[in-house]
Design a protein around this ligand. Structure first.
Ligand code: PLP
Length: 446
């Protein structure tokens, strides 16, 4: 299987180059050249397949023979060695819990798959690989945990100072060894801009083998398709005829939603997608109007979704035929996307009310990101009552402890792998938003 750039369908590379480059030289994003439906036999067998077997078959379909079978089986098994349970709130509303991994957020799936895939390809190489990653909160923790102590790989994490929770900050600043944290005096978009500049800096790249770990890396998206199939399997197991299934995705960079669209392209019978955002509502406004207007991000309660220029937008439009990401998206693409995806946005006051409502009505503690999803699903289901909706619960509520306890007025239980971090010491270097400062740091510290 080859991977092409969304800016140039004739630019094709193999998997190894796609994951190590992260970003093609033309500033597009890599996509698999073929996304063919899985055979009917796969769907017949689906109810009896393990999560790891689903992951293996789906990744084989997307990667072809780029990784030998035994290696791919092991990489997938290590990636999904924790469950993704579907919890029923009522007969129309389900929650897909994606927070059972080491950093308690869905990004563990992508980070674990990517680290193992990179290690697989890096084994044959000499010299260190440097991973650059900008995070608005959860990416950093997942990448730090996923890559910690991986031989031959250094990780540099950039995060916006004061804009991630204390626990999120601890997750990325306390591991040490090959994990380095930079505390940037700016926004997430500033962090992302620094990383993008580094990738386009040929002189720097001639001295460092650089790679990315943001959701721009295609290896992050692949395992995120697995749990759409896993969730569907669990709904089938719940028995009876399956009403149309809609997935509601709390979104920031839109990697998760793009993975869902890929799962649908692989044949998963998804009735509809609901893109749920906070005040950073560029995509819902695009879906409404056809006009795509990236904007500076604004800080909200659901901070992992504070993205003003979603990096995967180019992939979403590309899936429906729009090949030149730099141009204005085409009207036909907007129509196609609009048939499959509806977008909704909510402010923090509505999000807080939703956290309380889910607790009062269902006894379920949902985090602020999932709460935005709950609001969007409810709104969409008003016009589509005979559906089952699955909200992707993207992080464990204890990751946002001060807000959760303030909103609910009660204690929220913290899993042990998070509470241990409270006493660990933060180690991070301060960083400005100037590219030259970032570059000097890389030259001086790696
Ligand atoms: C990263 C993240 C999101 C946004 O996911 P995208 O794939 O970037 O849209 C939502 N919720 C949480 C908790 C996250 O960490």
């Amino acid at each position: 299987m080859k991977f092409y750039s969304t800016n140039d369908p004739d630019h094709r590379v193999d998997l190894r180059e796609a994951i190590f480059r992260g970003l093609p030289a033309d500033n597009g994003l890599y996509m698999p050249e073929r996304i063919e439906p899985l055979p009917p036999a796969f769907f017949d067998e689906l109810p009896s397949l393990s999560f790891a077997e689903i992951g293996y078959r789906v990744s084989r379909q997307l990667l072809g023979d780029a990784v030998p079978e035994a290696d791919l089986r092991r990489i997938v098994a290590e990636t999904v060695d924790f469950p993704a349970p579907v919890v029923e709130l009522d007969e129309r509303i389900y929650v897909l819990e994606l927070f059972h991994g080491p950093s308690l957020a869905f990004k563990d799936f992508g980070a674990r798959f990517m680290s193992r895939l990179m290690h697989h390809f890096n084994e044959a190489d000499s010299g260190d690989l440097t991973i650059l990653v900008a995070t608005s909160g959860d990416t950093g923790g997942a990448v730090a945990a996923g890559f910690y102590d991986t031989p031959g790989i250094q990780v540099v994490i950039l995060y916006p100072s004061g804009k991630v929770s204390d626990l999120q900050e601890k997750q990325l600043t306390t591991l040490g060894k090959n994990i380095h944290a930079l505390e940037v005096d700016g926004s997430f978009d500033d962090c992302q801009a620094l990383v993008k500049r580094a990738f386009l800096d040929d002189e720097l790249r001639s001295r460092f083998r650089l790679s990315s770990a943001n959701s721009i890396n295609i290896s992050r998206l692949i395992p995120q398709t697995f749990y759409y199939f896993e969730a569907y399997k669990q709904l089938l197991a719940a028995g009876g005829p399956t009403p149309p299934v809609a997935f509601c995705v709390p979104s920031g960079n839109f990697g998760n939603l793009t993975a869902g669209l890929i799962a649908q392209r692989l044949g998963l019978p998804v009735h509809h997608f609901i893109a749920a955002t906070n005040a950073n509502d560029v995509v819902p406004r695009y879906l409404e109007s056809g006009d795509y207007q990236p904007a500076p991000s604004v800080p909200t309660l659901s901070n992992a979704m504070d993205v003003g220029a979603p990096s995967n937008f180019a992939r979403m439009t590309n899936l429906f035929g729009h090949l030149l990401g730099k141009e204005k998206p085409l009207p036909e693409v907007h129509a196609e996307l609009g048939r499959r995806v509806s977008g909704y946005a909510y402010d923090d006051a509505a999000t807080e009310a939703a956290v309380r409502e889910v607790k009062a009505k269902y006894g379920y503690t949902i985090d602020p990101h999932g709460a935005v999803g709950y609001l969007a699903l409810r709104e969409w289901q008003q016009g589509h009552p005979a559906t089952r909706g699955v909200i992707l619960e993207t992080a464990h509520p204890s990751k946002f402890l001060p807000d959760m306890e303030r909103i609910l007025g009660e204690e929220v239980a913290v899993p042990e792998r998070l509470s241990q971090l409270a006493d660990a010491e933060k180690v991070a270097d301060p960083m400005t938003t100037e590219y030259t400062d970032f570059r000097s740091w890389l030259e001086g510290n790696l």
